[in-house]
Design a protein around this ligand. Structure first.
Ligand SMILES: NC(=O)c1ccc[n+]([C@@H]2O[C@H](COP(=O)([O-])OP(=O)(O)OC[C@H]3O[C@@H](n4cnc5c(N)ncnc54)[C@H](OP(=O)(O)O)[C@@H]3O)[C@@H](O)[C@H]2O)c1
Length: 252
């Protein structure tokens, strides 16, 4: 019987990462559940996964040495990583009109360190192994609608997500000769723990009304799109940035 693929999901302590880990496990893959500060959340994710062979890997993605080590740990435990899902990210409020210059710099440094440099470094370490091992694989980035629609209160977040989409497209071209497929999803608002307070506040109704469906996404709906882009059937979607936003923002 096939033991499925080895899948590394960054930021799987809760939210979309947890739903993505669960979706891969349900289809028979083995998952490395990654976390940084919420180990107990990641252990809950791990405990709920269907099947066996899953592992926990930990580390702050802003530390390049830890990134290299955790990529090696995931590969060792899974017998190789076939799929990398770049899901971990931070979103720090810093609207320009009300943010001090010092806080502005800190928000940009922090956001870029995790969302961009952390992601490009783990992508390098995983792709390097895929190339060296002659392993065809998939990288799926979790981007954001905010890259296109703007993020007035979180401009660094919007900019790093746009950079992530562009990074995915560059990798799609450079890694295709090695059989590695790279794509991104760009979700709109998703009901995760991180945004639960906003959704429960009076702002929640306005957020739901952004979509003509009158609701926000469930994390599982983003996971479905990630699962598809990581499937063999999606090879020809390499380079794609797939909108997962309930028609709340239509790009032309
Ligand atoms: N929720 C939405 O409405 C929405 C919309 C569009 C796109 N997205 C994207 O979807 C992804 C997941 O969102 P979410 O709402 O599920 O977020 P979340 O609940 O805040 O989860 C973020 C994950 O990233 C990890 N992380 C944060 N900083 C890290 C660091 N320095 N090193 C390693 N890992 C780090 C966290 O790990 P620990 O918990 O262990 O610290 C956590 O597992 C993100 O890329 C987000 O930008 C979300």
């Amino acid at each position: 019987m096939s033991r499925g693929r080895g899948v590394l999901v960054t930021g799987a302590s809760r939210g979309i990462g947890r739903a993505v880990a669960a979706a891969f496990a349900r289809q028979g893959d083995r998952v490395a559940v990654h976390c940084s500060t919420r180990q107990s959340g990641a252990l809950d994710t791990l405990a709920a996964l269907h099947g066996d062979g899953h592992v926990l890997v930990e580390g702050d993605l802003t530390d390049p040495a830890r990134v290299e080590a955790l990529a090696a740990e995931a590969a060792g435990a899974l017998g190789g990583v076939d799929v990398l899902v770049n899901n971990a990210a931070v979103m720090v409020p810093h609207p320009l009109p009300t943010t001090s210059y010092a806080d502005w710099q800190e928000a940009w440094q922090r956001t870029a360190a995790v969302n961009l440099f952390g992601t490009v470094n783990i992508s390098y370490c995983v792709a390097r192994r895929m190339i060296d091992e002659g392993r065809a694989g998939h990288i799926v980035n979790v981007g954001s609608r905010g890259a296109f629609r703007g993020e007035p209160d979180h401009p660094a977040y919007g900019a790093t997500k746009a950079a992530l989409h562009a990074f995915g497209q560059s990798l799609a071209v450079s890694l295709a000769p090695h059989g590695i497929v790279v794509a991104s999803v760009a979700p709109g608002f998703v009901a995760t723990e991180r945004v639960a307070d906003r959704l429960a506040s009076p702002e929640g109704e306005r957020i739901a009304a952004q979509s003509p469906f009158g609701r926000v996404a469930a994390p599982e709906e983003v996971a479905s799109a990630v699962l598809y882009l990581a499937s063999p059937e999606a090879a020809w979607s390499s380079g794609a940035v797939l909108d997962v936003n309930g028609a709340s923002y239509l790009r032309t």
